[in-house]
Unconditional design. Structure first.
Ligand SMILES: [Zn+2]
Length: 303
């Protein structure tokens, strides 16, 4: 079987599973005319039927069907009887056998309560079965077993069953539709807004930083030379420090500064301690003088 057809058959059987509760192994009710058609075209009926329903199956034939095969005058009678013996016997309410097709029609009824698939060649019976919701119909066509497309009745029935499951009235359904529509519109508007904000966004601050960093990368690359120059400079610094000319000067300056600070604090003191301050001033003046002397002394060797 081609992959495409197998896929469509699998989908069809999934539909029957979901809508009508079909389960594997599927029960296939086989009519005597199907058995005869299959045998006459040398079709391995069981294997082809299982292929058509894309799953395991149980094959059923009614007593009326078997008795019809026993009575037939077809040249394929013996093969047909042999094939039917491989199927399970399905009890039917007919003490006196009736035509096989009529028996199948009766068992199926108007609802297919047993979830049977039906393998049948007769056009009239197939047409009748299409009016029963949820009946997978199979027939032999040019030595291929074909699964019919699901009928409109089956589609309508499954739709109705879904509605019944929801248990909504027509008014409730219309309200539900309106709510769904509103929700969809709101969602669409949100999406549009999102798109708008996504478009003309300002530049990403992170990206700006990266852009600023990029020019520094060549500087980093040029660092080794800088480091060399820096190391050279640092090498020169200790030479200056060891010369001992600048450091003493800075120390002298700081001592002067501290003396100044002391005088400032002395000025800010209260009038009662005026005499003490005068003494302090004298001392600080002396210090200043010594500091100046020391500074002069430190400057002298440098010059
Ligand atoms: Zn019967």
């Amino acid at each position: 079987m081609r992959a495409k057809r197998a896929k469509s058959y699998r989908k069809a059987m999934q539909f029957y599973q979901q809508a009508f509760g079909f389960r594997e192994p599927y029960q296939i009710l086989v009519s005597p005319d199907f058995i005869l058609a299959g045998v006459s075209k040398q079709v391995p009926v069981k294997a082809r039927l299982e292929e058509a329903v894309q799953g395991q199956a149980k094959f059923l034939v009614t007593h009326c069907g078997i008795s019809e095969l026993l009575k037939t005058t077809s040249e394929f009678r013996t093969q047909a009887i042999a094939a039917s013996k491989e199927f399970e016997k399905r009890r039917c309410p007919h003490q006196e056998p009736i035509p096989g097709l009529d028996c199948v029609r009766e068992i199926m009824g108007d609802e297919n309560k047993n979830n049977y698939c039906v393998a049948v060649q007769d056009d009239d019976l197939r047409a009748k079965l299409r009016t029963v919701p949820g009946v997978p119909i199979l027939h032999v066509k040019q030595s291929v077993v074909v699964l019919e497309r699901k009928s409109q009745v089956a589609k309508d029935a499954s739709r109705q069953m879904e509605k019944d499951k929801l248990g909504l009235s027509e008014l409730e359904r219309s309200m539900l539709r309106a709510v769904k529509k509103q929700a969809n519109e709101a969602r669409n508007e949100k999406r549009k807004k999102k798109k708008k904000t996504a478009g003309p966004k300002g530049p990403n601050p992170l990206s700006i930083k990266k852009a600023a960093k990029k020019p520094q990368i060549p500087v980093k690359a040029a660092k080794p030379s800088q480091e060399k120059s820096a190391s050279n400079a640092s090498a020169t610094v200790p030479v200056v420090a060891t010369s001992g000319t600048k450091r003493p000067r800075s120390e002298g300056e700081t001592s002067v500064q501290t003396a100044k600070a002391a005088t400032v604090s002395g000025n800010s003191a209260t009038s009662e301690e005026g005499a003490k301050h005068k003494r302090k001033r004298n001392r600080s003046a002396k210090n200043r003088g010594t500091a100046n002397d020391s500074a002069a002394a430190s400057q002298a060797p440098s010059s």
